[in-house]
Write a protein that binds this ligand. Sequence first.
Ligand SMILES: Nc1ncnc2c1ncn2[C@@H]1O[C@H](COP(=O)(O)OP(=O)(O)OP(=O)(O)O)[C@@H](O)[C@H]1O
Length: 432
Amino acid sequence: MEAQQESIAALEAEIRELQASLQRKKDELHSLKQSTVTAGKLTNNDIARYSRQIILPQVTVAGQLKLKASSVLIVGAGGLGCPAGLYLASAGIGELGIVDYDTVEVNNLHRQVLHSELTLNLPKAQSARAALQQINSQLKVRTYEVQLKSENALEILQPYDIVLDCTDNVATRYLLNDACVLLKKPLVSGSALQFEGQLTIYNYNGGPCYRCIFPTPPPPETVTNCGDGGVLGAVTGVIGSLQALEAVKVLLKLDGTLAGRLLIFDGTASSFRNVKLRPRREDCAVCSAKATITKLIDYEQFCGMRASDKDMALKVLQSDERISVEDLKSIRDSRKPHLVIDVRNPLEFEICHIEGSVNIPLKQIIEDKGLDDLKQRTSGGIPVFVFCRRGNDSQLAVKHLRKKLEGVAEAKDVVGGLHAWHYRIDNNFPIY
Ligand SMILES: Nc1ncnc2c1ncn2[C@@H]1O[C@H](COP(=O)(O)OP(=O)(O)OP(=O)(O)O)[C@@H](O)[C@H]1O
C-alpha cells in the first residue's frame, strides 16, 4: 500500500514537471513569435530615429529592416573598432559582438573614442559596450573579453553576418582571414599608422582573401605598430568610420564596395587613392581549390612571433651585460661616474628622459655614426648604461657598444627600460 502511494506521488510530480516544461516551451514559442513580428516591422521609434537614412533610395524601409536583423563582429575595440562601433550602433544594426582582451589605458584615449577617463583600467569590451548602449539602447551587444585565437575563433565568429578586423597585429589578421574563409564570411579589414590608413574587404563578391595578397607574412622586425610608430587619432577615425560604411553596404547588398580594391588614405595630403588588388590566387593556401589550410593553424608560429621565440631572440645578453633599475639607481645615488645613453629617437627623447642622459638613436649606433667621442667620454673605464622605452632596443645597442668600447669601458643594458624606471623607481617619471 505504502509503495503504491509512493509511486502515485512520483507520477504526480513527474506530471507537474512535464506541465511546467510544456509551459516553458509555450512561453519560448510566444516570445519567438513576438520577436519575429517586431523584427519584421519598424517601430515608430525606429522610423523617427533612422528617418534620415531610411529616405535614401539605397536604404528604404526594407534596408533598415535588414540592418535591424543583422549582426556584426568587431574584433579589436581600439583606434579602429571604436569609431566603427559608433557608426554601426548608430545605424541600427541589431547586434554587435566585441572581442578585445585588453584594458583601457590612458594612452588609448586620444583615438579610442568609446573609452573615457571614467573607464580607465576596465576591459575595453565592457567599456565599449557601455558607450554603445548609451548611444542606442535597442542595440544588443555581446562581449568577448578574450584573445581571439585558433581555439576560439570559429565559435566566436560563427553567429555573425560580417566581421571587422580592427586589430593591430599580423597574426590576428591571418587568423581572421582564414576563419572568415572557412566560415564564408566577408572580412572588412582596416589599418592605420601615423598619418596613413588602408581599407578593403576580403573574401567578398569573388574578391581575393588576405592570403591571396600576402601569401607569406612579413618578417616580424619590419612590422611597426602604433605604440612604436605613432598614429593620429583622426586617421583611425577616418578608417574606422569607413569600415562601418563598408559593412553597412555589404549588409544592404549595395554595389561599389571595396572588394578587390584597396583604399589608401594619406592624411598629410588629405588624399584618397584606390588600388586594384590582384584577383584571387589560384593556388591560395586557404581560399582556392588547392587549399592546404582546411582548419585554423598556429598563427603566431606562422608569423614567426611566438612569444617564447621572441624572448629567446632577445636573450642575447649575459646577465653581467645587464643591470637592474634598482642597481642603476644606487650607482646614481652614490654619484659614481657613469654615462647613461638613451637609444630612442630624438622625438621620443624629447617627451621624457633620465636626467643627464645622452641621446644616441639605435640606428646611429648600428651604423656606427657619430660615436667618435664615446671612447673619450668613457676613458678610464666609465661604465655606460643603455636605456630605451621597454628594454628591447637597448639590448641590441649594447651588443654594438660593447664591441665599440672593447678594452675601454663596459656597456650594460638597463633591464625593462624606462617603463621599469617608472614602475620600480620613480612613479613621477612619465611613461607612454
Ligand atoms: N587577437 C586579438 N584578440 C582580441 N583583441 C585583439 C587581438 N589582437 C589585437 N586586439 C585588440 O585590438 C585593439 C587594437 O587597437 P589599437 O590598434 O588602437 O592598439 P592598442 O593595442 O590599443 O594600443 P597601442 O598599440 O598604442 O598599445 C587592441 O585593443 C587590442 O587589444
